[in-house]
Design a protein around this ligand. Structure first.
Ligand code: ZN
Length: 319
């Protein structure tokens, strides 16, 4: 049994409008789901991804209005990296400059070009040139021309005080293999050329502990093929003495959560049912979706949420 890569990454943001404008307007991702935090329905939960929200392409945000900035540090995912085609590096540096996004790079890491910048809340994002991109899944109706679009995750970086036990969990349990190593950065991969098939562990004992608030990653989720496999993972993770949650219904996937040895919150999420479970693929992200148990309170929830101007493509397909 092995994980088939990153399912999604969830981070914290403080301003819903700035968040939507940046991820759809600048980075050209599709808003595939507009919903609320199921555990805190007074706040938005926004999902950005490729055309239909394939696992491996999904970056989600809990919106904590007015939240202070967190601190990036150990025990966190400190870099969230997307894949772009190798010929798109110049396009992206020009695009970021045009949108007045300060960036570093391109610089080289493991033979690939890396462009690094922060989102409006200070969340560190990278675009990494990759030969491992397939045009089929890219979102082609956003502002970025099809040839240059983001192709899901390249990888994520876990910042760890020590890496041995995290490395052991990744390789001996989750099925990753060590594929590259340079200085204090260790790269692990699963499977083939799929979005989100890699994770880097940065061993940084000198780094202070991170504090989760705006501009930091809340957790990273790995892919389980189906509910049956997730039950197997639950058994295995519990057998290894991790304090793992029971399966939780997140409507778009089913999830279990536990903390890895370096304290990063890990989730294992199922590929199905996906984002078309409660609205047509064409209309993804065009209106507020609520899980059945919150639907009776819709009027109250809607009136408490701050107004949000949606991307024009999503709005044009709403009835
Ligand atoms: Zn999650």
């Amino acid at each position: 049994m092995e994980i088939s890569g990153i399912h999604h990454v969830t981070a914290i943001a403080s301003d819903p409008q700035a968040n939507v404008d940046f991820y759809t307007g600048v980075l050209g991702l599709r808003l595939v789901k507009l919903t609320v935090n199921f555990d805190d329905p007074g706040t938005y939960h926004l999902y950005y991804a490729d055309r239909v929200g394939h696992p491996g392409t999904i970056l989600t945000f809990f919106l904590w209005p007015g939240a202070p900035r967190g601190r990036r540090g150990s025990g966190q995912v400190t870099l969230t990296s997307f894949a772009i085609p190798s010929w798109a590096v110049e396009y992206w540096t020009e695009r970021l400059a045009e949108h007045e996004v300060l960036f570093q790079g391109p610089s080289e890491r493991f033979g690939e070009q890396v462009i690094s910048f922060a989102d409006p809340d200070g969340l560190r994002i990278e675009l990494i040139s990759s030969t491992c991109v397939s045009a089929g899944k890219a979102y082609k109706r956003g502002p970025v021309p099809a040839d240059y679009t983001i192709h899901g995750f390249h990888s994520a970086t876990l910042c760890e005080e020590g890496y041995q036990r995290t490395a052991a969990l990744l390789t001996e349990t989750l099925g990753f293999k060590l594929v590259q190593h340079e200085g204090n950065r260790f790269r692990y991969a699963v499977g083939a050329c799929e979005p989100g098939a890699m994770v880097d562990v940065l061993c940084a004992p000198e780094e202070s502990r991170g504090r989760i608030a705006a501009g930091t990653v809340h957790h990273i989720a790995w892919r389980a093929a189906d509910d049956q496999q997730q039950r197997e993972w639950l058994k295995e993770i519990a057998r290894l003495n991790y304090n793992v949650t029971p399966v939780i219904d997140r409507i778009y996937f089913h999830s279990i959560y536990f903390r890895e040895p370096g304290d990063v919150l890990f989730e294992i999420a199922t590929d199905a049912p996906g984002f078309s479970v409660d609205e047509d693929t064409e209309e993804l992200g065009s209106k507020l979706q609520l899980p059945p148990w919150l639907e009776p309170g819709r009027a109250e929830i809607e009136s408490a949420l701050p107004p949000l101007r949606l991307p024009s493509v999503a709005r044009s397909v709403s009835p």
